[in-house]
Design a protein around this ligand. Sequence first.
Ligand SMILES: Cc1cc2nc3c(=O)[nH]c(=O)nc-3n(C[C@H](O)[C@H](O)[C@H](O)COP(=O)(O)OP(=O)(O)OC[C@H]3O[C@@H](n4cnc5c(N)ncnc54)[C@H](O)[C@@H]3O)c2cc1C
Length: 488
Amino acid sequence: MDKSVHIIGSGFSALAASCYLAKQGYKVQVLEKNDTLGGRARQYKKDGFTFDLGPSWYWMPDVFESFFADFNKKPSDYYTLDKLSPGYEVYFGKNDSITISDRLEEIYELFEKEEKGSSKHLKSFLDSAKANYDTAIKDLVYKPGVSPLELVNSTTIARVSQFFSTIKQQVRKNIKNQKLIQILEFPVLFLGAKPSNTPAFYNFMNYADFGLGTWHPRGGMFKVIEGMVTLAKSLGVHFTVNANVEKILVDESKNVKGLIVNGEQIDTKLVLSGADYHHTETLLDSNLKQYSESYWSKKTFAPSSLLFYVGFDKKIKNASHHTLFFDSDFDAHAVEIYDDPKWPTNPLFYANFTSITDKTSAPEGKEAGFFLIPIAPGIEDTEALREEYFNKIIDRFEALTAQNIKDSVLFKRSFCVKDFEKEYNSYKGNAYGMANTLLQTAFLRPKIKSSKVNNLYFTGQLTVPGPGVPPALISGKIASDLIIKNHK
Ligand SMILES: Cc1cc2nc3c(=O)[nH]c(=O)nc-3n(C[C@H](O)[C@H](O)[C@H](O)COP(=O)(O)OP(=O)(O)OC[C@H]3O[C@@H](n4cnc5c(N)ncnc54)[C@H](O)[C@@H]3O)c2cc1C
């Protein structure tokens, strides 16, 4: 068989897959519709400021190490990692914030101070979280999701009950302090669903948080993309940007036969799509789609986001590199994301100021600010709404951190539902894919291999294992392993 493959998109999953396939001798061509590589992890530079457009939390460093180790490399061959200290800060009210240390002992002390006796519960919670993390990495997340049987062994069977209780139940069983509850429920938000809809097994994210820590690649997350592109090129991968794939061509025997790219036909017998799964299926004739519109509409998607990238003319006080604003009712906000989609009345939000720890991201004496409000996918997106919410969160930020920042805005750029749709062909403008709920885990997620078109494969945050950068790296490995197995 002709060992040549075309990959649609250049997000983390596509880049990972491109490296694995090139290493096995495939001729790999990556086709990216945008003018830069990296998918949602692109970079925005303006007037000496540098922003990551998408991901900013570098968690699970072992997954990155394991990726590079597969090529006899280390992350440090491509970028420098700093462990953030504190990992992050959470605001609960005016002048009322908690910083999360990068040292577990200090986190236990913090818990004890907030709720007497809670550090004991935290210890046993983290023991279970670590055991789940080890199981997830060893026995679950690297599986292709082809059959339920691939997940069954004595370790996973012992943990089955944790799929039928939720993070919310587990956290609240012993911890009663509202601030500590919010801190413990926060990590699963990366998985895209409410804590009440996320299996307790996913408490392994708490081990990722407190146990493994929060890291920052100096220069931003885009440094990881640059490192992966350098690696891919060294393995012989070819990249074409401004290459919009408009159609996947299939012959009478249901084999992939080509792609239409910017109006021109390219012949290819093997395609891996790292673009949004739903979008990829719209590139096929309708009888070749595996999943109907009604299938997608019933799925729980991760939120979309309203984002602002802001250059400030001064240093910001009373905030950390990563700062979460949990001073409003998360349950009410979650209802407005998942159950009754609408613009949130009083949203939680997140801000990062990478220039607090990383001098490369803003000119001296200035601050690079990134603000994110999670919102329901598919809701109305207008300039007026964006502006209204910018004012809402900046007013809140000013009140909570006791300073004026509005007058110091040099420039701001926003990004919301319409941009996610236009820039990434993202289903309903979701920001980070399909959530990891019980019924959207492992073999219950959209499949890596098309059941209707021969030689068409999928990777990325809508298939296994799920949303986030580490899962995207894993997804690229799973998809390429399957291709290598099926197309020797
Ligand atoms: C604002 C935001 C914050 C996030 N924060 C974090 C975080 O802090 N930590 C973390 O771990 N994760 C975070 N995530 C999630 C993480 O970024 C994603 O899960 C991951 O980057 C997704 O990678 P992917 O490979 O699935 O695809 P994507 O990054 O979505 O890449 C898909 C690519 O396909 C291209 N494409 C689409 N259609 C076509 C076409 N027809 N032809 C050619 N190319 C096409 C797109 O342009 C895009 O480049 C965040 C995401 C967002 C948006």
